[in-house]
Design a protein around this ligand. Structure first.
Ligand SMILES: [Zn+2]
Length: 102
């Protein structure tokens, strides 16, 4: 993923609208590219700030920071990968059972 691709995904990322592949590329790039990481922080602060101003509730909490969102996304990717691995393992077990039964 190029810098310009990553930068076009800041808002979808914050809105949690990226698919697995996009999310993976996005996170990999942002962890390596200092420029994009800084830009992301800037966007995040801006968007969350705007939402805060938009909301009527002045006590609306903004607990999550930009770094935490990245960490959450990485954890999600990891879980997704494990889940996918389990499915493949299950498939292999079923195949072996079928072979043994036949
Ligand atoms: Zn970059």
């Amino acid at each position: 993923m190029q810098c310009k691709d990553v930068q076009s995904k800041f808002i979808p990322f914050i809105n949690d609208e990226l698919n697995y592949k996009e999310l993976k590329g996005f996170l990999e790039h942002i962890r390596q590219c200092k420029n994009c990481h800084e830009d992301y922080d800037f966007y995040y602060t801006m968007i969350i700030g705007m939402r805060y101003l938009d909301s009527d509730n002045s006590t609306a909490e903004i607990e999550m920071d930009s770094e935490q969102l990245l960490n959450d996304a990485e954890r999600y990717l990891l879980q997704y990968k494990i889940l996918k691995g389990e499915k493949i393992l299950l498939l292999i077990v079923i195949c072996i059972m079928l072979i043994l039964l036949l």
